[in-house]
Design a protein around this ligand. Structure first.
Ligand code: SF4
Length: 307
């Protein structure tokens, strides 16, 4: 495997963790999280260790991590899709999984590996989820060609990093001119028939209380940009607070402070997001039984965009 191009088409994935966390999703039931190595962004809130983001596969950190996690995958970071599939099938039988989730790190670096695991999973009726910053999908018109046929199996969660070049650059440390990438990726995925959730909005960083007094502000811009893709898409938004599952909480706090995130109120931002989106007639779907689930709404949007 090599990163001679922007992504790898070999049927392999470099893993930082496999089977890191078993969680319960209201829609999918038990889901197992797996973390890939490497990312082209450096988000201020990111809990992934720098060594893993840098993709230094032979670093002591990565070697130790892999040894600690899965005995059968000891001492190596790069694994074939077949090995990953076999491990995840065993876990599915044990834990009743219907979905395997790949996060990271940036999953789209492994176009061939994700495709290959998803094709094997498809035969077993298992769904594969992949978190992405959307950059590669937005920048390469033909990226999704390799995933054709996986529309019912592969579901994407695309992280939105800001609503202006300045917000994007401050948050990701990537040139602000790319700030539209997640929105372009979401639209491209939906038009191609993939369930894509616009998400990853971090309530600790999206806006300050003072910024919310402006009009437009990050929340109104976010709403408008999603509604440009499809009028119902704002309801699919997903947001969260900064994760506390970090390797080095103090390093993360330092990184956030160095980017100027010192005066944020995640609870306020979450309330304002809910309230503004509801006031526009598109309440954010929270997967409650009484509401149309995100999956059903995504299917409706895909149908509308394909005509
Ligand atoms: S895109 Fe995701 S994995 Fe990459 S730095 Fe940002 S949060 Fe971390």
């Amino acid at each position: 495997m090599g990163f001679s191009g922007p992504y790898v088409d070999d049927p392999v994935i470099a893993l930082y963790n496999i089977g890191r966390r078993l969680k319960f999703d209201p829609h999918w039931g038990p889901v197992l999280d797996n973390d890939v190595i490497g990312c082209n962004y450096r988000c201020a809130h990111c809990w992934v260790a720098e060594e893993a983001l840098d993709a230094k596969l032979n670093s002591e950190f990565i070697q130790k991590k892999n040894r600690a996690k899965v005995a059968s995958m000891r001492g190596a970071a790069i694994h074939s899709s077949e090995d990953i599939f076999r491990y995840l099938m065993k876990r599915s039988e044990r834990d009743g999984l219907q979905m395997w989730a790949f996060t990271g790190g940036e999953t789209t670096l492994y176009r061939g590996g994700i495709s290959s695991v998803a094709r094997l999973a498809m035969k077993e009726g298992v769904t594969v989820g992949a978190d992405t910053n959307g950059w590669l999908i937005a920048k390469h018109d033909d990226y999704l060609d390799a995933w054709e046929g996986l529309q019912d199996t592969l579901h994407l969660y695309v992280s939105i990093k800001g609503t202006t070049p300045g917000e994007f650059e401050r948050f990701t440390a990537v040139c602000g001119e790319h700030y539209e990438a997640p929105f372009v990726a979401v639209e491209r995925l939906l038009r191609r028939g993939f369930e894509a959730i616009p998400g990853g909005v971090v309530t600790n960083t999206l806006a300050t209380e003072a910024e919310l007094k402006d009009n437009p502000n990050p929340i109104t811009r976010l709403y408008d940009r999603l509604a440009m893709i499809h009028p119902d898409l704002p309801s699919l938004l997903s947001y969260h607070k900064v994760s506390t599952m970090v390797h080095d909480q103090r390093a993360l706090s330092r990184k956030m402070r160095s980017r100027g995130y010192t005066n944020t109120k995640p609870g306020l931002i979450a309330r304002e997001l809910d309230s503004y989106f509801s006031s526009k007639g598109n309440p954010i779907v929270k997967e409650e039984p009484a509401l149309l689930s995100k999956a059903e709404l995504a299917k409706k949007i895909i149908q509308d965009l394909s005509v």
